[in-house]
Design a protein around this ligand. Sequence first.
Ligand code: PBG
Length: 335
Amino acid sequence: MSNPDITTPVRRPRRLRTSQVMRDFVAETHLDPAQFVLPAFIAEGIDAPREISAMPGVYQHTETSLLKAAEEAVAAGVGSIDLFGVPTPEHKDASGSQAWAADGILNKGVAALRREFGDDLIVMADTCLDEFTDHGHCGVLTTDNWGHTVVDNDATLPLYATMAVSQARAGAHVVSPSGMMDGQIRVIRDALDAEGFEDVAILAYSAKYAGAFYGPFREAVGSTLQGDRKTYQQDPRNARESIMEVQLDIEEGADMVMVKPAMPYLDVLRQVADMSTVPVAAYQVSGEYAMITAAAQNGWISREPAILDSLTGIRRAGADIILTYWATEAAQLLA
Ligand code: PBG
């Protein structure tokens, strides 16, 4: 007879973990490459792709190597590419004017992608001035009444509008304002509509935190930033504020909203996913990529399962769309 001191479990959750087929049968969370976005960099003045040292496997691209990377992404089933431009230092100025130049490096890259892939790949453009300003801030600078240099919100807005229109003209399906200026979605929507680009969508970087995980990206874009972005990006200690940012962006016309970074802000992502009436994206940023890559290179973590684990967590927390430097590789792993 059974030992009366030992109680037999009535519920046995392990039953649904007994085989791979069973585990797949009951899985709640699925990763779909169609909802992956590959962030990519096109650099001016290079004649061969240049690997970013803090992001092994990620490159500053030439136009040729960009098209090749995009081709691989499309072949793997990746839905979108989000392009960042890296101008030469001579092409940076106080207002970031190369950001909206038709022959600026970012717009040239956008045009090349759209020409090559048409509607088979969602071409997304980063809509922010930081790569193009000589001071590295996301907006233009001014001096306040106390003599401090500050980023001028309202003077930056028309520049974002001009930049977004230039990106639409170059062929972007989606513009993605990432500068965290108040009111940026409204001015961009109005400007796009006024120029006949009412079908160009806006992915708003709504809840973007001034966190510590952007370091490798700064190298990736040759950032000249001194100091930080704490007067415009959000304080990592606050979650409630993200709800307001998302609400405002939706009211202003955002078609999709984003939480960024992803892994340190999964709680924010869940809250946003629960209240948003538009699709929600999350950006697995450069520092997240670098951490897993470095640990794997040291043999401290198993690379491929860690990549999939990290993406599954982001998806489970509520992201529909995931921006990840592993987009192509993860898509291949899932195939
Ligand atoms: C700025 C921008 C940043 C990233 C995307 N857009 C850097 C920043 O806010 O300092 C970071 C992306 C990453 O770290 O992967 N427009």
